[in-house]
Design a protein around this ligand. Structure first.
Ligand SMILES: Nc1ncnc2c1ncn2[C@@H]1O[C@H](COP(=O)(O)OP(=O)(O)OP(=O)(O)O)[C@@H](O)[C@H]1O
Ligand SMILES: [Mg+2]
Length: 501
C-alpha cells in the first residue's frame, strides 16, 4: 500500500530521518516504534505530504508520488490523526465530518438531511453510536477521536495513521478504539499506529518498524518480538527493570499534604486525602473523573468551593499558584502545550522558569548556572535536543515532557503533583523518570501522581486512591493493587465504605 525508500529529512542541527525505508500493506496494522525524537512523527509528516523530504521516494498504491500538499495526499486516501485533534468544537459532529464538501441539494444548498444520514452510516460502520447533531466541543475526547476516524472513512481512507491516539483516552475507550481499528483493517484499510505503550503493540499490531536516531533498526512481524527484544531494539541496550523497588512502608512519616472535604467546580464533590513524606500516592480513575481538577484545586490554579488544604500543617491559600510554588508545591500539568512549555524560550529557561530566584544574584539572572542545570538534565533524562540554548517548539512530544519534569524537580518541592507524567514518553525514559520520582520520594518529598496508565500506577505507587465522578471511591494499598481492583472501584456505584483514606 505504502512504500518509502531512502527518505532523508534534516532540520537545522538535526538529521531527523537518515535513509529510512518503510513499507506497510493493505489490511494490516503496522506499529511504528522508537524512542522520543527517533523520527516517527517526521516520517508520518513526509508520508502525508506535510513535509517535503530532502531525498527519497514515496510509492502509494503502486504509484510513485511527490506530494505537493497534505491535501493532495488526503485526496489520494491518506488520513492522519495527529495527537492534537483538529476538529472544530463549535460545529456539530456531521458538520465536522463534512467540512468543505457537504452534500448539496439541487438548489446548491447544503443538504442537512443527507449529511446527517451519511454521518449516521459512517458512525455505524465503526459500530459507534453518537448523535450527528451533537456539538463536538461537548463530546469526550474518545468520541472526538471517533469523529476524526469517521471523517477519514468519509474521505474513502486507504491509509489511516494514528500518532499516539491513546495518550488521551483510557480503559474501556481504548478497548473500543482497538475493536474499531481491527474492523477497518479487516476491510482492507492499512493502519499505521504509533504508541509508547508496549502492551498495546502486542495487542494490536501485525507488523512493526523500529526507528532509532532517524535510522531503521528492525522491521518484522510482531510474532518475532517479545517485550525484552522490542525494548532492546528501541533503546539500543537491554533494560532490566522498568520500576524501581518499593521501599518498606514507613507509617510514622509525617503528613505533608492534607486535603479535607475539598469541593471544586465543576466536578469535585468531596475529596479527603493525605500524602506522607516519602510516599507516592496514585490518583486513578477514568478520564473525566475529576482527578485533574483535584490537583488544580490543591495547587490553587482552580478555585475551591469548600474544604481545606494544608502543607506541612500550614494552610495553602486558594487561588495563588505563585504562593503554592513558594511554599514548596510543584505541579506538572498534563497540558504541556497550554500551561507548560514557554514556546519562545530556550530549553534552559524552560527548566528554570518557576524558580528564577535560585538563579538570580543581586538582581541579575546567572545564565551560566541555568545552562549548567540544563546541561546536566539533558544528559540525565536523555533529552534529544541539540543543546541547552535550543528552542523547545519543534522538539518531539516526549522530549517536551521530559523538560517539564526537569523543571519541577529542580525547585526541590515538598510536594510534587504529577499529572500524566510519562504521557508520550518512551520506555527507556519512563524507567529513568520512575527512578527519579522514587529517588525524590526517598529524600522525603510527598508525591501525588495522576495517571491513566494502570501499569505505572501499579508499578510505582505506594498507595492508590480511585476516583469516580468527583469522589474518592476507595483506597488500595500496594499489596492489593491490580488492574482489576482499580477498574472495579473506578466503575463502582458507591464508595467502598470505610476504605476511603
Ligand atoms: N520542524 C522541525 N524543526 C526542527 N526540528 C524538528 C522539526 N520536526 C522535528 N524535528 C526534530 O526531529 C527529530 C525527530 O522528531 P519526531 O517528532 O519525528 O520524533 P518522534 O519519534 O515522533 O518522537 P516522540 O516519540 O517524542 O513523539 C527530533 O530531534 C526533533 O526535535
Ligand atoms: Mg512524535
Amino acid at each position: 500500500m505504502i512504500e518509502l525508500q531512502g527518505i532523508c529529512k534534516s532540520f537545522p542541527g538535526v538529521k531527523s530521518l537518515d535513509q529510512v525505508n518503510f513499507s506497510a500493506r493493505a489490511g494490516e496494522i503496522h506499529a511504528l516504534l522508537g524512542e522520543n525524537g527517533a523520527g516517527k512523527s517526521t516520517l508520518i509528516k513526509v508520508l502525508a505530504g506535510a513535509y517535503t523530504p530532502d531525498s527519497g521516494m514515496i510509492t502509494f498504491a503502486s504509484v510513485p508520488r511527490v506530494w505537493a500538499s497534505p491535501r493532495q495526499a488526503q485526496q489520494a486516501g491518506i488520513h492522519v490523526i495527529y495527537q492534537e485533534l483538529v476538529l472544530f468544537p463549535d460545529l456539530s459532529v456531521a458538520e465536522n465530518i463534512f467540512i468543505g464538501h457537504a452534500p448539496r441539494t439541487r438548489w446548491g444548498l447544503i443538504d442537512r438531511k443527507a449529511m446527517i444520514r451519511k454521518t449516521e452510516s459512517a458512525l455505524a460502520q465503526l459500530g459507534h453510536r453518537l448523535d450527528p447533531r451533537a456539538r463536538v466541543g461537548d463530546l469526550s475526547v474518545a468520541d472526538q477521536q471517533m469523529v476524526e476516524i469517521a471523517k477519514a472513512l468519509n474521505h474513502d481512507v486507504k491509509l489511516l495513521v494514528l500518532d499516539e491516539p491513546t495518550a488521551v483516552i483510557s480503559g474501556k475507550e481504548v478497548v473500543a478504539l482497538f475493536e474499531r481499528l481491527r474492523r477497518l483493517r479487516d476491510r482492507g484499510v492499512c493502519i499505521i499506529y504509533i504508541s509508547h505503550r508496549l502492551e498495546e503493540i502486542f495487542a494490536l499490531a501485525d507488523r512493526i518498524t523500529i526507528l532509532k536516531d532517524g535510522k531503521n533498526v528492525r522491521a518484522g512481524s510482531v510474532k518475532e518480538f517479545d517485550r525484552a527484544s522490542l525494548v532492546t531494539a528501541m533503546v539500543g541496550r537491554p533494560l532490566a527493570d522498568l520500576y524501581p523497588p518499593r521501599p518498606p512502608a514507613l507509617p510514622a512519616a509525617p503528613v505533608v499534604l492534607a486535603v479535607c472535604d475539598l469541593q471544586a467546580l465543576p466536578r469535585v464533590k468531596r475529596v479527603d486525602l493525605e500524602v506522607r513524606a516519602g510516599e507516592i500516592l496514585g490518583l486513578a480513575g477514568m478520564v473525566g473523573s475529576g482527578r485533574t481538577e483535584v490537583a488544580h484545586a490543591i495547587f490553587g490554579s482552580q478555585p475551591r468551593q469548600k474544604g481545606s488544604v494544608t502543607l506541612a500543617g500550614q494552610d495553602v491559600p486558594p487561588a495563588s499558584p505563585a504562593e503554592s510554588i513558594r511554599r514548596g508545591i510543584g505541579f506538572m500539568t498534563e497540558d504541556r502545550k497550554g500551561e507548560g512549555l514557554l514556546a519562545q524560550l530556550p530549553v534552559y529557561a524552560n527548566m528554570t522558569a518557576p524558580d528564577l530566584a535560585r538563579y538570580t544574584r543581586l538582581g541579575f539572572l546567572q545564565r551560566p548556572r541555568e545552562v549548567a542545570l540544563a546541561t546536566r538534565d539533558i544528559q540525565r533524562f536523555r533529552i534529544a535536543v541539540p543543546g541547552p540554548t535550543s528552542g523547545v517548539w519543534h522538539l518531539s512530544g516526549g522530549n517536551q515532557q521530559k523538560i517539564l519534569l526537569s523543571r519541577w524537580m529542580a525547585i526541590r518541592p515538598k510536594l510534587l503533583i504529577l499529572d500524566e507524567p510519562t504521557r508520550g514518553v518512551d520506555v527507556g525514559a519512563k524507567a529513568e523518570i520512575y527512578r527519579l520520582i522514587r529517588a525524590l520520594a526517598a529524600e522525603g518529598v510527598a508525591v501525588l501522581m495522576i495517571s491513566s496508565e494502570l501499569p505505572e500506577i501499579i508499578g510505582l505507587c505506594d498507595r492508590v486512591l480511585v476516583m469516580k465522578e468527583g469522589r474518592v471511591m476507595g483506597a488500595l494499598a500496594a499489596e492489593t493493587l491490580s488492574e482489576e481492583a482499580i477498574m472495579t472501584l473506578a466503575t463502582a456505584d458507591a464508595p467502598a465504605r470505610g476504605e476511603a483514606a
